[in-house]
Ligand binder design. Structure first.
Ligand code: HEC
Length: 127
């Protein structure tokens, strides 16, 4: 009886599926004011990530700021609307803002850089 109870509460405690921050980012229209690499209405995720870092603590802090923004953190900018969402969703979003979107940017940058083969090919054409 006790064990069943324990297992049951464990099942309830585990989220049914991991929340995808990028999906939530589009679902909640964050994209109308934010982009990872440039300022739109709000600060870029690169700026936010540089300011707060990528630690577990930073994710928590930023999650709270998504639920209850503090416009005084970004003087001169417009106000971000508060989001009435769960801490779990806010944390998934914060993780996307601070970590995953930055990783995506770094991968894109690497892809755009010419490979050694490309450079060698170009030079080869001149000789
Ligand atoms: C209407 C435009 C708008 C929308 C929509 C919006 N933001 Fe913002 N966001 C801002 C502005 C402006 C700021 C800077 C001023 C402020 O924090 O109020 C900001 C700041 C932030 C910050 C930095 C908070 C801080 O205090 O340093 C994070 C993180 C953030 N937004 C994430 C999100 C996420 C995630 C969503 C979607 C759930 C979202 N924003 C939707 C405009 C917006």
């Amino acid at each position: 009886m006790r064990i069943t109870h324990c297992l049951l509460s464990l099942l309830i405690a585990l989220p049914a599926f991991p929340l995808d921050g990028k999906e939530l980012f589009h679902k909640y229209n964050c994209s109308s004011c934010h982009a990872p690499d440039r300022r739109v209405v709000g600060p870029s995720f690169l700026e936010i990530s540089r300011r707060y870092g990528q630690s577990e603590k930073a994710v928590e802090k930023v999650a709270r700021l998504i639920i209850k923004p503090k416009p005084e953190n970004w003087p001169g900018m417009a106000y971000m609307p508060p989001y009435n969402i769960s801490m779990e969703e806010a944390k998934a979003l914060a993780k996307y803002v601070l970590i995953d979107s930055i990783k995506e940017l770094e991968t894109k940058k690497e892809e755009n850089q010419p490979s050694v083969d490309d450079i060698l090919d170009d030079e080869f054409q001149f000789h």
